[in-house]
Ligand binder design. Structure first.
Ligand SMILES: Nc1ccn([C@@H]2O[C@H](COP(=O)(O)OP(=O)(O)OP(=O)(O)O)[C@@H](O)[C@H]2O)c(=O)n1
Ligand SMILES: C[C@](O)(CO)[C@H](O)COP(=O)(O)O
Length: 233
């Protein structure tokens, strides 16, 4: 069955506090998203990479993607981004030309430190799974619940808690139906693909990821991503 990487890249990056959306910020001399796309295109089991940008995007067209990524044969861009991440993913799923049974690996443009080996490993683990799953890492730190005035109310057990990452791998038809069922009413609860499936009683698999697969959210994350990309992973 076909495996498609779907890359939501229609965000504004408000927490980066930069006029340029973070997916286009410079990271080691290239737009951040180039690193993300290279990891996905480098995965042997990925047939196609589809990027979802905003209809108002002014940046994508200004780069020489062939020079940055090599062959563009497996790369497609759709200008169907929406007001939320979930909406961008839903619009992308609706627009791609693929069977409902195809596997889609949704991966944030803003996670440039993913490796091709992680993508191939996840596909191997999930290809015959009934539901699908996500990369995630167990919570490593002691967790505090805050009280007013930023004081500690209590310590809460971290047992069984994982931090969700991407890629998140689901069947195209199931994920699209789950997002259509949830949006727009429940948009605030659908912060990743798995949450849309969970809402319908499904139990996606947690696949061990790496803390290095960070999401660039705040300015300091960009520095960290640059350091991680220089290291042999
Ligand atoms: N309407 C949106 C919002 C987000 N994204 C994408 O979803 C990924 C993860 O979202 P997030 O880090 O929240 O991105 P932004 O919305 O860009 O950032 P912020 O929340 O700080 O504004 C990013 O690759 C982003 O481009 C998207 O495709 N469409
Ligand atoms: C999908 C995600 O990357 C999983 O951690 C995340 O939920 C999206 O980013 P946000 O910052 O929570 O909007």
């Amino acid at each position: 069955m076909k495996k498609i990487a779907l890359v939501p890249a229609a965000g504004s990056g408000s927490r980066m506090a930069s006029a340029t959306p973070k997916q286009y910020l410079d990271l080691l001399g290239q737009p951040l998203i180039a690193h993300t796309l290279r990891a996905l295109l480098g995965a042997a089991q990925i047939d196609q990479v589809v990027v979802v940008v905003s209809p108002e995007d002014e940046w994508w067209g200004s780069y020489d993607w062939a020079a940055l990524l090599g062959s563009l044969e497996r790369l497609q861009v759709l200008c169907v981004g929406g007001a939320s991440r979930a909406e961008s993913v839903m619009n992308g799923l609706a627009a791609i030309d693929a069977a409902d049974e195809s596997w889609v690996l949704v991966h944030d443009a803003a996670r440039p430190c993913l490796t091709s080996a992680q993508v191939d490993g996840m596909i191997t683990e999930l290809e015959y799974d009934a539901v699908g799953g996500i990369l995630a890492v167990p919570v490593a730190d002691t967790l505090k619940v805050a009280a007013p005035e930023q004081r500690i109310a209590r310590t809460t057990p971290r047992d069984g808690l994982w931090q969700a990452q991407t890629p998140q791998m689901f069947r195209r038809g199931e994920l699209l139906a789950a997002l259509q069922d949830a949006l727009p009413e429940h948009v605030a609860d659908i912060t990743d693909e798995a949450s849309a499936l969970e809402r319908l009683g499904k139990s996606p698999k947690l696949i061990m990821g790496s803390p290095w697969n960070l999401k660039v959210t705040y300015p300091q994350d960009l520095t960290l991503a640059g350091l991680l990309l220089r290291v042999e992973r």
